[in-house]
Design a protein around this ligand. Structure first.
Ligand code: C5P
Length: 313
């Protein structure tokens, strides 16, 4: 009998409801204040684990993705669990890449959450976060989901209460923005005076994420290079979106609407662009999606987070 265990997962995208860059840190990264939000757009990841003496990690049918974070995540998770065996993965990308939607980070977090469940081990959240940080600044957020504030490199995440479930549109114009390049372009514009203003306005916004308007510090630098993005933002605003913003270091934009009907009417105006309808996904829903995907492999105690394996020893 084969001891292969298999799961089919949805790795959700994120948007940044607010994103302020304060300055360069001693470690070379930038100090951030941001608010992350998971949304319904998702990559699909199939993952299987077969215990064995030798470790082999393969990513099948996903050739267009070089040096994928999911294979690195699998290697880190196996090493941390001190487990050997075969991991086979298939990744179906739905989240546009290089768009500020966190697709690669979410895929990596999905592996960190699922592999211990399939391998029958428990990795505490603190270990998962430490592994996540090694993979990328956005990865720890996807171990939490919902609405969250993040500081530092973006890896210190704090849950925020869920806001209303809103419908939105993501407009992905197909412009690939390198995150490192966007930070390099923004860095010379950062001043101490600006920093203090940003801290105050971020703090007032984080109390009322869904009421007050957020800001994305990358917009001026990325819009300078791609004026089309500024026009798309205006178009979203004119179509009734509030807020209408760029996410992460771009290039995707998002707009949130007061009703599903308002979103559908706006979608009509974006027939010539790649516009994707979304809804915001709160933490309770995020976790229930996870539990459903891993259900056959889960411990009877379903309320624990991260999901716990029924095979645990
Ligand atoms: O952590 P991640 O791999 O997503 O970061 C990609 C690049 O973005 C980093 O190499 C760094 O140049 C820049 N970055 C930064 N400050 C952050 C996050 C990312 O300068 N807080």
């Amino acid at each position: 009998m084969s001891s292969t265990r298999h799961a089919r997962l949805r790795a959700l995208a994120k948007i940044n409801l607010d994103l302020r860059v304060l300055g360069v840190r001693p470690d070379g990264y930038h100090e951030l204040r941001t608010i992350f939000q998971t949304v319904s757009l998702a990559d699909l990841l199939e993952i299987s684990f077969t215990p064995g003496r030798r470790t082999a990690i393969e990513l099948v049918d996903s050739a267009q993705i070089a040096d994928n974070l999911v294979t690195r995540a699998a290697r880190l998770a196996l090493d941390a669990m001190r487990v050997t065996g075969a991991v086979s993965m298939r990744l179906m990308k739905r989240i546009p890449m290089g768009a500020g939607l966190g697709g690669g980070s979410s895929d990596a977090a999905a592996v960190l959450l699922a592999l211990p469940v399939l391998a029958g081990r428990v990795l505490p959240v603190s270990t998962l976060c430490a592994l996540g940080q090694q993979l990328g600044s956005d990865v720890p957020f996807f171990l939490l989901g919902g609405t969250a504030a993040a500081i530092g490199r973006g890896t210190e995440v704090f849950p925020l209460p869920a806001g209303p479930s809103r419908a939105g549109l993501i407009v992905a114009p197909g412009v690939h923005v390198s995150t490192a390049d966007a930070y390099r372009a923004l860095s010379p514009r950062l001043t101490t005076e600006l920093q203090e203003n940003k801290i105050f306005s971020f703090q007032s916004h984080s109390w009322d994420v869904f009421g007050a308007a957020g800001a994305n510090d990358f917009e001026p630098v990325v819009f300078d290079r791609e004026s089309r993005l500024a026009m798309l933002k205006q178009k979203l605003t004119r179509a009734g979106a509030s807020p209408a913003m760029m996410t992460g270091s771009g290039s995707a934009l998002f707009g949130l609407f007061n009703s599903r009907d308002a979103m559908r009417r706006a979608l009509e105006q974006f027939k010539n662009e790649k516009a994707i309808p979304i809804t915001l996904v709160n933490r309770a829903r995020y976790r229930s999606l996870w539990r459903r995907a891993l259900d056959p492999h889960l411990d009877v105690e379903r309320s624990v987070w991260p999901p716990r394996s029924r095979y645990k020893r």
